[in-house]
Design a protein around this ligand. Sequence first.
Ligand SMILES: [Fe+2]
Ligand SMILES: [Fe+2]
Length: 373
Amino acid sequence: MNKPKRILIVDDVELNRELLEGILAALGHESEMAEDGIEALAKLKLDIDLVLLDVQMPGMDGYEVVRRIRQNSDVSDIPIIMVTALTSKEDRLRAVEAGANDFITKPIDKIEVRVRTASLLKMKESQDIIRHHQADLEIKIEQRTSDLREAIQGMIEAQRTTHEAHLDTIRRLAIAAEYKDQNTAAHIKRMSFYCAVLARALNLAPGEVELILNASPMHDVGKIGTPDAILIKPDKLDEPEWRVMRQHPTIGGEILRDSPHELLQAGAIIALSHHEKWDGSGYPKGLSGQDIPLYGRICAIADVFDALTSERPYKKSFTNDASLDFMKEGRGKHFDPKLLDLFIENLDEVLAIQEEQRKNIQIETDLDVEELR
Ligand SMILES: [Fe+2]
Ligand SMILES: [Fe+2]
């Protein structure tokens, strides 16, 4: 035992207290004194290792003191030895029931005190070691959990930032391509929202709706590879110029292809297929019907609707009604008929987006009307 043990002696008779104190001092222990139950309960807070408790005291007797100690969770496991002249079985049973650990019989015998206190002090020491160990462990676990939580939080934030940077890069790439084509970020935004409306109306999974929303802005990145003389020519394009113009889906597909990222893979599909037409008269591959990837068919409708309803240098914007009439003529020719129906069914949502976006932004356009025929 490293540090001296502190033992609380509770007895209403001063002589008894002094006697016990002398014995304990000889055994190398420190003593605290209490002359009644009240004082005893108060002094338990003094880091007491063991209580020697007289049974017969005025006021609160020893049994009551034991019961109260056992009810107080802070000190309930302190060993208690009853010091008593009562030796009947009933008295002892009563003390055990109240919560006493052991007995010392009066008159007090030095050897008995040594033997009885030694084993209980040993027990108390083991309890303390376990309790301290547990407390240490709890602190360590708490610290580690908190460290882990912090690390995970940091990771989540880093991933969010990366994801946002990723999306931002893609948007800017798309804007760069459209910018060259005298278009704006506004067109990209609107058409991608329209794509999302269609994807939702098709009951695609939320993750896929998100994917189309973020990938559709890349539909025209291939225009980066189209010469300005053709891209921004104010007059109609002649046939050789159209051939060059029609390369932009292939160029876009080339730019975006073979990425390990789902988003760029979707972007590649959209770039490559957004000018295909339902009846097979589109480009670059002349695919028809369901052979055209769904994302491409969705994007075709969203892109054309926004192109028609937007203004560009040589063309006024069409009204929504005129644009829809024009698109209905392309039902089953240019556009997937069911998708076009779905688009029209969800027109309220489309027009709400258009209205919202128009509030702040000067509208420009992207698609040559000739291209739609
Ligand atoms: Fe295009
Ligand atoms: Fe576009």
